[in-house]
Every structure is written in structure tokens, then in C-alpha cells.
Design a protein around this ligand. Structure first.
Ligand SMILES: *[C@@H]1O[C@H](CO)[C@@H](O)[C@H](O)[C@H]1NC(C)=O
Ligand SMILES: *[C@@H]1O[C@H](CO)[C@@H](O)[C@H](O)[C@H]1NC(C)=O
Ligand SMILES: *[C@@H]1O[C@H](CO)[C@@H](O)[C@H](O)[C@H]1NC(C)=O
Length: 568
């Protein structure tokens, strides 16, 4: 098998190189004398730009003619592929290896699959052939394919007005590079999108549908905005077209027309007037209908973006408040029946759509007030900001409602009051925050993770309420280029290698030390493991596969690895 790969690699190389004879020798030598390959040649490497700012990593620059690509390699039986990104500048660097087999006299091979005692863990020095291996830099995890948890829906980002405005400023060719790098088969293969229903703060001005006539409860003047027709829908259509897989779209409303609201303002303390509960439900159905007419299927709706913002009005942008009891009443009597009795009855309804620390308040409050709401709810949507509450809360919610999904619907860096910088170009720290949060969420039953703006301007806008934030891609329109921050690659370490339908499996810790990790089984039957080293030192990781086979890896400081293993 390995020899065959050498021949294939060499012949591809021959065809593609003008200096084949000279360089073939080098390639063959490299292949024969190392077991790991880097920069697999069909991929275009990151065109790195060093920002020269202390403490920042590199960014990858794309334009009309160039953008780095990443192809997922299919590991053959008994082998694995590793993709590494790091603060030091690696971006999806590939290496290959073979699963090792434990020697027959190794006591491990006969040991039952049980947690080792702390004493056993201290005695172990399992890491072969590594100098300076101590229990403090060694991690051992055992993968159990038969202990299975939630099924993954996917990963993606949001088509806001701001994202589409920035994207449209690029030339046609650069726009295509942009879409492909997120959604294409040589990009991150995103398969989820979130879209605001009318305006959000990431718009040039606040707006809603059916603003006039006043008190038009029947929504006789409902029509999409220019932003839908010329910005968001074109960007969504291009994304769907570039993707090889179904892209599932979640839609959320920030604020309805202000005549529906108690405060008759776009922001501040305001809820839906009781007489317009049904109109607000219809407002959602009309959106699904209009997008369907534009050939864009809405997979899920949330029950209003961040409902706390209209109760505790700290946010300076489009909002609508719901107390848990009001939300439950509206879902049970209006939104639920409206969607379920419509031709779009298969649209998922995701409640809450707010921060982790508010989950308990909303979910338990809704259940107390109107348990019938849960007959209509398919899942709970959660946001990222200030994840103060422990992620274990998500597992608690899952245990209470085992038939509901948990979906992470919004995340960005630079949004908190204490963030000194809205945009921190080249920040590995921000990538690290993404990775940690995704790992926590997925290890606590979240089925998918949707990033906020797909791209923004270099200052993190436009945003009519001056609520600027960071994004994985920043667009430099005057140079017709865009740069990919480390956060882009953080997303890709999940979206690219964990296809829809993957199932999380148990990765059980068998060492004193550990690092953040996640293990899934893909529909194809491979194991995919994500390992995140937040430490300042190398970490040695051994992954046990069953009782007789294992893989050993070294994780450099501040790095993330995704490993796809064909253990069959
Ligand atoms: C092991 O540690 C010693 C002392 O800290 C150091 O000099 C040496 O370079 C290390 N070796 C490796 C392979 O890291
Ligand atoms: C319908 O909405 C448009 C704006 O979208 C507005 O110009 C027009 O006046 C509205 N029609 C009525 C009858 O209010
Ligand atoms: C959902 O709507 C479709 C048509 O739009 C209909 O054929 C189907 O029977 C409906 N399902 C339920 C459960 O009402």
C-alpha cells in the first residue's frame, strides 16, 4: 500500500513539474526516508503575511488569483492523516502515519477497558522513543467506538448584511475564491448558515419588513428588502452552489416592525404587544415563504435573537424581549401551530437563542409556564458570549430533554466590553478561544456550531450601532484581497473533517495530565480526533484504539491537530 502511494505521488509529480528529473530524486528520497509528508502537492499553501506585531500569528492572504486550499486525504486501512495548525504559523500542515500495534507481551494488550487507578497512571511511562517524557507532558486517551453520543449537524457562518456588503466589494474572481474557501470541496466545507430575518446591528441601518402601514396585523405589505435581494440572497445562493453537501440555513429575527412592540422602538425594553402575537408568528412564516420563492430553503428558525436584550436593555441594537413565560405562551399558541400547519411544517423551531448562562432561566421558566411549548420545540439555540456558566449545563439540558438538539448559533471574538480591541488581526489567542469553546460545546451534546459574520471590514463593520467585532475573514476592498485569521483555521479543524452524520464517541482519559480533545466516528467509519494544546510546551499524546493498537503524536505549544484514523 505504501509503495503504491510512492508511485502515484511520483507520477503526479512528473506530470506537474518542468524539472521532473531533477526533483523526482528529491521527492523519492524524502518519501523513502521519512514516514510523514508535508505540503501534499495538490493543496495551495497559505500565502502567509507576517504582521510584525508582537504576539500575533500570521494571516493567510487571498485575492482574485490565489487562495490556499485544503484537501481532505482519505486514509487507507490501518493509517491516519494529521492536520496541524499552530501559533507558530502552520496551517493545515499534513502528515501521515501508520497505526502501531502493541507488542504481544505488553500487559496493556490484555487489560480490560477500564479506567486506570491514579497509581497505575503514575507508574506509566508509555511514550516510546521520546526524550524528556514525564507524566506532566504525557497524555493518554482511549477511544471507544461503541460508546456513542450525539450526531453532528455541521458547522458554518452567518450571512449578515455586513458580511455580504464586504464580500460584494471584491472583484468577481475574488468573490469566487471567498465562497470556495468557506464552502467549496477544497475549502472548509461549511454546511450551515445563519441569516437574520430583516436587519440586525450588522446592517448599515435598522430596518424590518412591513414597517408600514402601521398596525398592519395581517402583514399586507410584507416584502423582502434590497439587502435580501442584492446582498444576502446572492451570497447564500453562491454558497449553496459551491458546496458539495446540503447547507442547512437557520434564520433569526432581531426585531419585528416597531408597531408590534410595546415600546415602539427598534431597541431598548420592549416586547411583542399581546394583540400581535399571531402577527409575529406569521412574520416568520412569511420570511420562510419569501426565501422559498427565491429557492432558498430555511431549515430552522430561532424564536428571536437574544431575547434578554429586550428585557435587560444593555445592547444598543435591534432587539425584542421575551420573558420565559411569554416565549412559551407564544410558541405554544402562535409560532408552533403556525409553522406546523403550514407547507413548511418540517422547519425546526429552536428556542432561547441566547447565552449559556441564561439557558436555565429560559428553559425551566418556559417549562413551568407552558409545557405545551416543548411539543413544538425541536431544539435549543445558544450563543457564545461570556461563557461564564460551565458547559456541563448543556449536558444537564440534554438530559432533561433528550429528544431536543442543542445548536450553537452565534459566536465572535472582540464583542465583550473588556476586549481592548474589536479586531485583533492574526490573533492565535482568539482562535484558541474558538477551539476551546467548540470542544466544550461538542463534548456537551451540541450538534453544530455557527460562527457570526462570515467576513467584516478591517475595523469589524459595518455596524449601524457601532458594535464592531472580529471575524475569521477581513476584507481589504481597495486591494481586492481578503485575509484569513487564525480563527478561520480553528473553524476548519472541525468543519472540514467532521462531516454531517458523524457521531461523538468516548475518549477516555488514562493519564494524570490531559489536553482538550474530541473524538467522533464519521459516516464513512473513520475516527476523527481533535486535540488542542494550550500549553507553552510540547505535549506527547498516545491514542489507544481498542486494546492492541495505538497512535503517538507530539503536539507543539499552542497548536491544534485533527487526526483522521482508518482503524478498520
Ligand atoms: C531534555 O531536557 C534537557 C534539559 O532540560 C534539554 O537540555 C534537552 O535538550 C531536552 N531534550 C529534548 C529532546 O527536548
Ligand atoms: C409598503 O411598504 C413600502 C416600503 O417597503 C412603503 O413605501 C409603502 O408606503 C407601504 N405601503 C403602505 C400602503 O403603507
Ligand atoms: C407537511 O406538509 C406537507 C406538504 O407541504 C404535507 O404533505 C405533509 O403531510 C405535512 N406533514 C404533516 C405532519 O403535517
Amino acid at each position: 500500500m505504501f509503495n503504491l502511494e510512492i508511485i502515484q505521488l511520483s507520477s503526479t509529480y512528473l506530470q506537474s513539474s518542468q524539472m521532473a528529473v531533477l526533483r523526482l530524486g528529491f521527492v523519492l528520497t524524502a518519501v523513502l526516508f521519512t514516514t510523514s509528508l508535508t505540503n501534499s502537492e495538490q493543496d495551495l499553501p497559505c500565502r502567509a503575511r507576517n504582521l510584525g506585531i508582537e504576539g500575533r500569528s500570521i494571516v493567510c492572504v487571498c485575492d482574485a488569483n490565489y487562495c490556499d486550499t485544503i484537501t481532505r486525504e482519505d486514509p487507507s486501512r490501518g493509517t491516519y492523516v494529521v492536520y496541524t495548525s499552530s501559533d507558530s504559523g502552520k496551517r493545515f500542515e499534513k502528515s501521515f502515519g501508520q497505526i502501531q500495534t502493541v507488542a504481544l507481551n505488553d500487559p496493556e494488550s490484555t487489560k480490560a477497558d477500564k479506567e486506570p487507578t491514579p497509581k497505575e497512571m503514575l507508574e506509566k511511562s508509555d511514550f516510546d522513543g521520546q526524550e524528556n517524557t514525564t507524566i506532566w507532558n504525557s497524555v493518554r486517551l482511549r477511544l471507544f467506538t461503541n460508546t456513542r453520543y450525539q450526531t453532528i449537524e455541521g458547522f458554518g457562518g452567518s450571512v449578515t448584511d455586513a458580511a455580504a456588503i464586504n464580500w460584494r466589494k471584491l472583484s468577481d474572481a475574488a468573490q469566487t475564491q471567498f465562497i470556495n474557501t468557506y464552502f467549496g470541496p477544497k475549502g472548509l466545507e461549511y454546511n450551515m448558515i445563519r441569516v437574520p430575518i430583516a436587519g440586525a446591528d450588522f446592517s448599515t441601518h435598522p430596518y424590518t419588513y412591513n414597517e408600514l402601514p402601521w398596525n398592519d396585523g395581517a402583514l399586507t405589505n410584507y416584502s423582502l428588502s434590497d439587502e435580501d435581494l442584492f446582498l444576502k440572497l446572492p451570497m447564500i445562493r453562491r454558497s449553496l452552489h459551491a458546496a458539495n453537501h446540503e447547507v442547512k440555513i437557520t434564520a433569526s429575527c432581531w426585531s419585528p416592525p416597531i408597531w408590534m412592540k410595546t415600546n415602539e422602538r427598534i431597541t431598548g425594553f420592549g416586547q411583542v404587544k399581546r394583540e400581535f402575537y399571531q402577527s409575529y408568528a406569521d412574520y416568520h412564516l412569511r420570511f420562510i415563504e419569501e426565501y422559498a420563492k427565491a429557492n432558498v430553503k430555511i431549515w430552522a428558525i430561532t424564536t428571536t435573537n437574544e431575547p434578554i436584550n429586550g428585557i435587560v436593555p444593555a445592547a444598543p441594537f435591534n432587539s425584542l424581549g421575551w420573558m420565559p413565560s411569554q416565549m412559551a405562551t407564544w410558541i405554544a399558541n402562535n409560532l408552533g401551530p403556525t409553522i406546523r400547519n403550514s407547507p413548511f411544517n418540517d422547519t425546526l423551531i429552536l428556542a432561547v437563542d441566547d447565552q449559556r448562562y441564561l439557558l436555565h432561566f429560559y428553559v425551566i421558566g418556559m417549562e413551568r409556564a407552558e409545557p405545551k411549548a416543548f411539543d413544538y420545540i425541536d431544539g435549543i439555540a445558544i450563543h457564545y458570549y461570556g461563557n461564564f456558566a460551565p458547559a456541563q449545563l448543556l449536558t444537564n439540558i440534554q438530559n432533561r430533554y433528550p429528544d431536543k438538539i442543542l445548536l450553537s448559533t452565534e459566536a465572535c471574538e472582540g464583542a465583550m466590553p473588556w476586549d481592548a480591541m474589536r479586531v485583533e488581526i492574526g490573533s492565535w489567542r482568539r482562535a484558541r478561544n474558538y477551539i476551546t469553546s467548540i470542544l466544550q460545546d461538542l463534548n456537551n451534546f451540541v450538534v453544530g456550531w455557527i460562527d457570526w459574520n462570515l467576513c467584516l471590514s478591517p475595523t469589524g463593520g459595518p455596524n449601524w450601532a457601532d458594535n464592531f467585532v472580529d471575524s475569521p475573514i477581513l476584507v481589504y476592498a481597495e486591494d481586492d484581497e481578503f485575509i484569513k485569521n487564525p480563527m478561520f483555521y480553528a473553524m476548519g479543524h472541525f468543519s472540514k473533517f467532521i462531516p454531517r452524520g458523524s457521531v461523538r464517541i468516548l475518549a477516555s482519559r488514562r493519564s494524570i495530565m490531559t489536553i482538550e480533545n474530541l473524538a467522533v466516528l464519521t459516516p464513512q467509519g473513520n475516527m476523527v480526533v481533535v486535540l488542542h494544546n494550550r500549553n507553552n510546551r510540547d505535549m506527547n499524546v498516545r491514542l489507544d484504539i481498542g486494546t492492541t493498537r495505538y497512535i503517538q503524536l507530539v503536539l507543539e505549544p499552542h497548536s491544534v491537530k485533527t487526526i483522521e484514523i482508518n482503524h478498520n
